[in-house]
Design a protein around this ligand. Structure first.
Ligand SMILES: Cc1cc2nc3c(=O)[nH]c(=O)nc-3n(C[C@H](O)[C@H](O)[C@H](O)COP(=O)(O)OP(=O)(O)OC[C@H]3O[C@@H](n4cnc5c(N)ncnc54)[C@H](O)[C@@H]3O)c2cc1C
Length: 411
């Protein structure tokens, strides 16, 4: 089939491998772009008709692949963690949501409160794909059962903005849960389009170490000795904290592997390039963002022993702060104090990626690769927290990776 020439922006994004796979472009221009699974298993837009110059400019305005702007607006602005009003820990007071949730089920508890208080008509979230148990699909939840079914983190590609056009046309008010990059796109659109702001009055996110490809999910299955055809259901974690990556087979039996091994030894090796140069793994554009509030050991490293789940809850906007207070007053969420000084120890992946980012971007720039434009993300401040030698190692590591990639493309 004849493919139209890619738009200038999409061509740049493809050249720099910058797409995060949020689906906002397909959601905004559904007659011209469609999301599809591309090797090695990432969601990418395919152009089905040419974009006009004006549409291409519009895309550059909201596409998170191309960059992000953060404005502090009087909030505390932590060099690594970004602007926020309050950080606490918390968990859903409903035992089933807390158990099913990735950490404390705080996101699910907040979503349930939003639905039951009538603040929103429905929730846009991600759940397991009905066809491919290791993959994701976007779902619209309108009741408790839907939220419970969507609880838990799914370490696979998701494009929750791909149906944006339909959602806007529905006239409903949605709570939106997505990756930090999904929220960057949606927030930018909402800031510029009243109809988007009206349809998505609240945006929730989670800390995100990056999106692994579907190949990563298949490798987890291989590691537990399971053929994809045998799988009826698959969860990446949850049912405990952190819970195990678990395949429920068609014969009813289960095979599983620990979170430490599934994420640490398999999935983290399949994370897309864009996520390795992400300046915002912590949802800086969201109203509330949740994460794992791991305990740390004597050496200051996170401990992944099974426990009752506890989420970190970061209120980034006045709206988010109010929502959390209302959900707590309604008995949906229980909270406890949290000292931000502990965060760098329990989130080593986020900490190191932030500190390494400037060096990685400089290497890509030197190699002539397109890179995202970041403003207000404290790149220099974060890099200064690294010793010079570590910055040099990150710089050389990224340079080597680009050059090796080029050589293998030629060979
Ligand atoms: C790819 C990925 C990377 C992550 N990296 C980190 C990290 O580095 N550090 C950290 O502390 N936490 C990370 N998390 C988040 C963490 O696993 C929990 O989501 C967080 O602790 C909140 O848990 P909860 O129990 O409050 O949420 P829950 O109540 O379990 O709710 C989770 C919500 O997230 C939605 N969701 C799940 N998977 C996806 C997805 N792929 N795309 C969009 N929405 C999704 C669900 O629909 C649900 O609404 C990551 C999650 C994902 C999906």
């Amino acid at each position: 089939m004849h493919e139209p020439r890619p738009s200038k922006n999409l061509a740049d994004i493809a050249k720099g491998d910058l797409c995060a796979g949020c689906g906002a472009c397909a959601g905004m221009f559904p007659d011209k772009l469609a999301m599809e699974m591309s090797p090695p298993g990432f969601l990418r837009p395919r152009q089905i008709a040419p974009l006009t110059g004006a549409e291409d400019d519009c895309l550059a305005g909201f596409c998170p692949a191309l960059g992000q702007v953060v404005e502090t607006q009087g909030r505390t602005d932590d060099t690594l963690w970004g602007p926020y009003l309050e950080m606490q820990t918390g968990w859903s007071t409903a035992p089933d949501l807390r158990f099913a949730g990735a950490s404390g089920g705080a996101l699910s508890g907040l979503l349930l409160h939003l639905l039951e208080s009538g603040d929103v008509d429905a929730v846009v979230q991600i759940a397991a794909s009905a066809d491919t148990p290791i993959a994701n699909q976007t779902v619209i939840s309108t009741d408790r059962a839907g939220i419970l079914a969507g609880a838990g983190s799914r370490y696979a590609p998701s494009a929750p903005l791909a149906q944006l056009g339909q959602l806007l046309a529905s006239g409903q008010r949605y709570a939106f849960v997505g990756k930090p990059c999904d929220i960057v796109a949606l927030r930018t659109l909402a800031n510029n389009r009243p109809e988007v702001a009206a349809a998505f009055p609240i945006m929730l996110s989670f800390f995100c170490a990056g999106v692994p490809s579907e190949t990563g999910g298949r490798e987890v299955l291989a590691a537990i000795g399971v053929d994809p055809e045998m799988v009826a259901r698959f969860r990446y974690r949850g049912q405990g904290w952190p819970g195990r990556a678990t395949a429920v087979l068609k014969d009813g039996s289960e095979r599983s592997m620990s979170y430490h091994d599934s994420w640490g030894s398999v999935l983290s090796k399949h994370v897309q390039h864009r996520c390795k140069i992400c300046a915002d793994g912590t949802g800086k554009a969201a109203d509330i963002v949740c994460a794992d509030a791991w305990e740390s050991d004597a050496a200051g490293y996170p401990v992944f022993d099974e426990a009752e789940g506890i989420s970190l809850i970061v209120s980034r906007t006045a709206l988010g702060e109010r929502l959390l207070k209302e959900a707590a007053a309604a008995g949906r969420i229980e909270t406890a104090a949290f000292d931000v000084a502990h965060l760098a120890a329990i989130q080593p992946g986020q900490r190191e990626r932030r500190r390494a980012l400037l060096a990685r971007l400089l290497a890509l720039r030197l190699a002539g690769q397109p890179i995202p434009r970041y403003r207000g993300l404290n790149l220099w401040g974060a890099a200064r927290q690294n010793p010079a030698l570590r910055n040099l190692k990150n710089f050389l590591g990224m340079l080597r990776r680009v050059l090796r990639h080029r050589l293998s493309d030629k060979g």
